[in-house]
Every structure is written in C-alpha cells, then in structure tokens.
Ligand binder design. Structure first.
Ligand code: IDP
Ligand code: MG
Length: 153
C-alpha cells in the first residue's frame, strides 16, 4: 500500500473558494483520493491535531483559526505523497512560499495559509485517525496507476 497523507483545506481556503483548485492540483499530479470529510473541526480536535505546537506563541491562534469555520479534510495516497504534497503546498507562510505552490500562488498571510499537509509518515499516522476511522478510508485501484508510475511492462 502506498504512502498516505492528511490534507486539510483550512477555513480560509474554503471561504476563499479554493477547495476545487486544491483538489484539482492533487488530482492532476496523480494522487489518489481515499477519504474526504467536509466538517467544522472542533476546538478539541484542533488542540489534538496541533498538540506538537502546544506552548508555542502561535498555538492558541492556530487552534482558533482551524476551528473557526468549516474545512475540507482529506486523505490522499501515492508513493512519496507526503514530500510531494509538501512541495506543492510551499513554505509555511504565504509570503515566503514560492510561486507555483498553493501557498505561494494564493496566500500572502503568515498564519492563514490555506492548507495543511502531514510533514512525515509519523505525523500522518498520528493525524489521519484524528479525523477518520478505518472504515472511512476507501481502498481501490486507479485505472492509470501503471502510467502514473511508469510501471508499464
Ligand atoms: P506547516 O503547516 O507548514 O507544517 P507548522 O510549523 O507545522 O507549519 O505550523 C502549523 C500551522 O500553524 C501553520 O500552518 C500556520 O497556520 C500556523 N503557524 C505556524 N507558525 C505561525 C506563526 O508564527 N504565526 C502564526 N501562525 C503560525
Ligand atoms: Mg506542520
């Protein structure tokens, strides 16, 4: 089974109408969507998700931001998806992120940066079960997998 990552279109991404744009970029890249839930993340789940940042100056702010309005929460799968998705997202702050990345193209804010993506396999293993049960994850084959990965013989 290929690697999985948790991707969230954050409240500013939903409010600014970027759900389709972001899904489209990952689809075109060739990632496989295996779970999705449109939901307002509770303060409790936000605290759990960002527990690694507890005690940092921005912790309360990011908890408030992420629970302030609905988000599109998803799991995407591909070989090497975690690093590829992070590259496609760009650097954490919109004003630092390179053009061509999601944050670089559409965000110029510090805290409000449109999207979350797991930063390591360990983070993905911790984050995915916060939002999804095993039953929510849909395993299936993409018809073009052999073309995507060049395993055509
Ligand atoms: P990442 O989302 O690129 O992995 P992290 O350092 O894990 O960045 O921070 C988690 C989230 O917390 C960021 O995406 C951003 O929304 C928010 N954040 C991080 N640092 C700051 C800050 O210095 N000020 C305001 N918000 C911040
Ligand atoms: Mg992070």
């Amino acid at each position: 089974m290929a690697e999985k990552t948790l991707i969230i279109v954050k409240p500013d991404g939903v409010q600014r109408h970027f759900v389709g744009e972001i899904i489209s970029r990952f689809e075109k890249k060739g990632f496989k969507l295996i779970a999705a839930k449109f939901m307002q993340i509770s303060e409790e789940l936000a605290r759990k998700h960002y527990a690694v940042h507890e005690g940092k100056p921005f912790f309360e702010g990011v908890v408030k931001y992420i629970s302030s309005s609905p988000s599109m929460v998803m799991v995407w799968e591909a070989e090497g998806v975690i690093d590829m998705a992070r590259k496609m997202m760009g650097a954490t702050f919109g004003y630092d992120a390179e053009s061509g990345t999601i944050r670089g193209d559409f965000s110029c804010s510090k805290g409000y940066n449109l999207i979350h993506g797991s930063d390591s396999p360990e983070s993905a293993d911790f984050e995915i079960p916060i939002y999804f049960t095993g039953e929510d994850i849909v395993e299936y084959d993409l018809a073009d997998e052999k073309w995507l990965y060049g395993k055509n013989d």
